[in-house]
Write a new protein. Sequence first.
Length: 318
Amino acid sequence: MVSIIIPCYNSGKYISECLNSILAQTYSEWEAICVNDGSTDNTMEFLNQYVMSDNRYKVVSQLNSGVSAARNKALSICRGEYICFVDSDDIVEPNFLTTLLRLVNNETDLAICGFTRSMSLTSSVLSDSIEIDSNKCIEKIFLDKSFNPQICCMLFRHNIIKEKQLEFVIGCTRGEDREFILKYLVYSNKVCYTNNSLYHYRVNDQSAMAIFSIKSLTSIEASQRTVNYYKKVNYSVRGLEFEFSRTLWKFMILAILSGQNDLYQIIREKYDLKRQMEHLYSHPGLSEKLTARLFVWNEALFKWVFSIIRYLYKKRWR
């Protein structure tokens, strides 16, 4: 059985589309655990309707505590051999579960599919899949910018999550998915993925992922926890040495490009940026390598360059 974990917060507008796409799955042995995270709209009314119509839907309610707490709540009660996560405003292809289950075998502990921002179902047929060692998958996540698998496109083994006591960090609103995935991969053998877009991600300007704010900086803390975790369990992988430094580099630039100098100053005051940027001198990425050197040589010029990029970008799209 597959446990589908769905955090729900004020999801009344789209929750029916999401739950209907799960109801349409070609694989029928699933339970959908919907965690109502203190919604103030009609989300609970919709959830009750689905619970009444199909006993595979389960509803748990809690005070508003965030996505991480909602997922942890569901993890504590789910019964499936496999686990996947679906956001309440997204939809999945009818063969979403069937395809991911085909990708797992005795040696594969994580299955991954592609995603699209189109909300039109395509009924795609499984294309070729690729199997790699989990260590290689971690390395790709650290070093390959084109490889950015999403947690909602994955199928996990429940026993690994339970035995290793993996959970989402409460209060972390950005980077929590990546942290969870990277910790899970430490205990995985192989990963199998396909580029088929079986998950449909709805673009929402008000979502936590779309808004760059001080909460976004929790991604830096997540990166630091991940590096510390790998050191604690003595897990070695190429690219780990750049993980924290590159995350700082990324959010420094995002702060400048978004015109939020206050966030830039928070990062600057909290971390030793010069030392961290020096770590990127040997990064395989040319942009990281050059801009890190620019920062160390002349921080003011570094900020000016990205401020100009921001100005040109805004001017182009006016």
